[in-house]
Design a protein around this ligand. Structure first.
Ligand SMILES: [Zn+2]
Length: 208
C-alpha cells in the first residue's frame, strides 16, 4: 500500500534470496558455503570465457558450469577435462544473463587470488563471466547487462570493488583482457574511480 497518490508502486526487489529474477537460472553443483569467518561480499570479479575459445553461442559454457560438457566434443576440451568450475553469472553475446550459483554461496571462479588486501577471493566475491575471448572486444548488450547486474548486486551486497580476473590473479590469468572497456563500465555505473582497477592497457587497442 502506498501512502500518497504520487508514490511509486512498491518496486519488486530483483532478488529472491541470492537469485536474480531476471537471469536465466541453471544451477551448478560447483559451489559451497561462504566461510563463516569470511568478510562481507564486497567485490565483483569480471571474467571472460568462450568454449571452444572464440566460438560463441555454443552452450558449452553452460555445460561446463553444470558438469555436463562432453569432453570429447572438441580437442580443446581435452585440456580442461574434469574441470569443475562455476560463476555466479554468465552474460552471453546477446546480453542475456544466466545464473548458476546463489550469490549468497561461494562459486568457483577465481582460484588462487588476492585483492584489496585479502586472499581467496571466491570467499567474498561475486563472479560474472562475459562470453568473449581475452584480447577481443565485447558487445554493447553485454555492457548494458553487466551494468544493471552490478547495480542490482550492489543493492544486496556492500560492493566496494570491481576487478578483472587478471587483477586478482595477475600473471596467472589474463581475462577479461585489454578488449574490456573499464571506463565504459565505470561511466555506466557512476561509481567512484577507486572502485575499479588501475587500467594500464594502452588506449590505442581497439576496445570493441
Ligand atoms: Zn576468469
Amino acid at each position: 500500500m502506498t501512502t500518497s497518490d504520487d508514490a511509486a508502486p512498491a518496486t519488486h526487489s530483483p532478488w529472491k534470496g541470492g537469485w536474480h529474477h531476471t537471469a536465466r537460472r541453471l544451477e551448478s553443483p560447483n559451489h559451497g558455503p561462504r566461510p563463516v569467518a569470511a568478510s562481507a561480499v564486497d567485490l565483483i570479479v569480471v571474467h571472460s570465457i568462450s568454449l571452444p575459445p572464440g566460438e560463441y553461442g555454443t552452450g558449452a559454457v553452460q555445460q561446463l558450469f553444470t558438469n555436463t560438457l562432453d569432453w570429447d566434443a572438441h580437442p580443446y576440451y581435452q585440456g580442461i577435462r574434469g574441470l569443475q568450475v562455476s560463476s555466479h553469472f554468465f552474460i552471453d553475446r546477446a546480453g542475456v544473463a544466466w545464473q548458476f550459483v546463489d550469490c549468497d554461496l561461494r562459486a568457483w571462479h577465481a582460484g588462487q587470488s588476492f585483492y584489496r588486501g585479502r586472499a581467496q577471493c571466491n570467499d567474498d566475491s561475486i563472479g560474472i563471466e562475459l562470453e568473449g575471448l581475452e584480447g577481443l572486444g565485447f558487445e554493447a548488450a553485454q555492457y548494458q547487462t553487466l551494468a544493471w547486474l552490478c547495480r542490482d548486486i550492489a543493492q544486496r551486497y556492500p560492493i566496494g570493488h570491481v576487478a578483472g580476473h587478471e587483477h586478482i590473479a595477475p600473471g596467472r590469468k589474463q581475462d577479461p583482457g585489454p578488449g574490456f572497456d573499464w571506463a565504459d563500465l565505470q561511466n555506466a555505473l557512476g561509481w567512484p574511480l577507486q572502485s575499479f582497477p588501475l587500467v594500464t592497457h594502452p588506449t590505442a587497442l581497439p576496445l570493441r
